[in-house]
Design a protein around this ligand. Structure first.
Ligand code: UD1
Length: 422
């Protein structure tokens, strides 16, 4: 198993290109199952989660070709010859559940294993199933699999989500495009990845209104056709690398960065003493003083502060001046990075969904372990600011969501290397 060795030190200067969004790509890819014509995605990120989704789609009979070094995904689902998403693939990634809605809509039936993914809480799929039931699907749970049927096809209906769910909104949105009649989705997620999915589906001929708001209205159509669509910028990768010059000093331009993708996050950065400026090619980030000031953070669905940037923000606040309180409202078990940061000298007190961070002047390098995707990158950020060496092990989590992390950080002057087999 590989590890990443980071030596803390000087400021970071230069440019970092931001890739297409993992989470957008993982929902755009299953959209290919809705049509027998080709769907091509450009600006795709090169990540192990994308490889997993490729394998899953191929196992269902879709053709997926990775072109231009993985940045273009050419997909075609002319024949769906298998309607079972197998446990062996699904267990690797929770987003696999996103094939359920499209398969059901196109073929009238689907069998999908219950998913695995990051260990950040229970993360059930009840909302996905209930939403599809509102469109007339019949569900049965048997031997760890969801058996779904829609005899006579899906029918438009009203979906009232009790809480905002990104994945469940995506699943039912895709399914509704081919359902007979009108579907109204209330309390829908408003994440940029949902807007991106809606735009792609619209290019395929879907009739969707209200993307980016809490109410989505979908008029079902008989069939969808082919399309080519660029994947939206990864706002989580963007936010993560924006923190690098804030933690280490220096000035970094994030190429492709957009303020509208990271509004609530930028607001917090500005409050704690960071300048973020729009440039022709993206966003320029620079810390104002020697140390940032403490700030309180509550994670919320978009447009609130994203849970996927909570661990990275905590890494920053470990060395802020003062006491910060971070409240995690989306996932109940998402502070697994805290004990690792404490090993590096951070002062963090976790009680339930609240972490109180008392800033220290400097962290100290230590061997630490990545526990999930976002936690792993928070430890790299902490290592960049720490005195001495930090070795982050279990970096396979990182490969799921960050492409070329070592070369991107090296290019702005970070001392970081990947060590094979340790
Ligand atoms: C997506 C993102 C993930 C991000 C999360 C929240 C992808 C591939 N992943 O995950 O990176 O952290 O949004 O922004 O896009 N819930 C239920 N029942 C369900 C579904 C969800 O109770 O059927 C709960 C979850 O446990 C969680 C909350 O709803 O507490 C929100 O989860 P959700 O928005 O569905 O997250 P994902 O789509 O899994």
């Amino acid at each position: 198993m590989d590890s990443i060795l980071v030596t803390g030190g000087g400021p970071l200067n230069g440019q970092i290109p931001i890739a297409g969004a993992k989470n957008a790509c993982l929902t755009l890819m299953p959209a290919t199952l809705l049509s027998d014509e080709p769907l091509t995605l450009t600006n795709a990120p090169r990540l192990s989660d994308i490889a997993t989704m490729t394998m899953l789609l191929q196992s269902l009979g879709a053709e997926v070709s990775s072109l231009q070094g993985g940045q273009v995904l050419a997909m075609s689902s002319h024949d769906l010859n298998n309607l079972t998403a197998d446990y062996d693939i699904v267990r690797k990634m929770r987003a696999s559940i996103l094939v359920l809605g499209p398969m059901l809509a196109r073929a009238g039936q689907a069998v999908v294993s219950l998913p695995g993914g990051c260990a950040i809480g229970a993360r059930p799929v009840d909302l996905h199933l209930k939403a599809l039931e509102a469109l007339g699907a019949e569900m049965e749970l048997k031997d760890g699999y969801v058996h779904a049927k829609a005899p006579g096809g899906l029918k438009g209906g009203v979906v009232d989500f009790p809480i905002v769910s990104v994945g469940a909104t995506e699943n039912v949105l895709m399914a509704a495009t081919l359902a007979k009649g009108t579907t109204v989705i209330n309390n829908a997620a408003r994440e940029p990845e949902i807007v991106d999915l809606a735009h792609c589906l619209q290019k395929m001929g879907a009739q969707i209104e209200g993307e980016g708001t809490s109410t989505l209205t979908v008029q079902g159509v008989d069939r969808l056709h082919g399309a080519t669509h660029p994947v939206v910028t990864d706002r989580i990768e963007l936010g993560t690398y924006m923190l690098a010059p804030v933690i280490c000093g220096g000035e970094v331009e994030l190429l492709g960065g957009r303020l509208d993708l990271v509004g609530a996050f930028v607001e917090k950065l500005e409050q704690c003493g960071v300048d973020v400026t729009e440039t022709k090619s993206g966003l320029l980030v620079k810390r104002r003083g020697d140390r940032v000031q403490a700030v309180d953070v509550v994670t919320e669905p978009f447009p609130g502060f994203p849970t996927d940037l909570q661990a990275q923000m905590m890494a920053l606040l470990c060395t802020a001046e003062g006491i910060s309180v971070l409240e995690e409202k989306i996932f109940e078990n998402r502070f697994m990075h805290a004990p690792e940061l404490i090993r590096m000298g951070a002062n963090i007190d976790v009680h339930g969904g609240t972490a109180t961070v008392t800033g220290v002047e400097r962290l100290k390098g230590a061997p630490v372990m990545a526990t999930d995707l976002r936690a792993s990158v928070s430890l790299i950020l902490a290592g960049l600011a720490a005195e001495g060496e930090t070795r982050v092990s279990r970096v396979y989590h990182l490969d799921r969501g960050y492409e070329r992390v070592v070369s991107k950080l090296e290019a702005v002057g970070a001392k970081i290397e990947r060590i094979s087999g340790q």
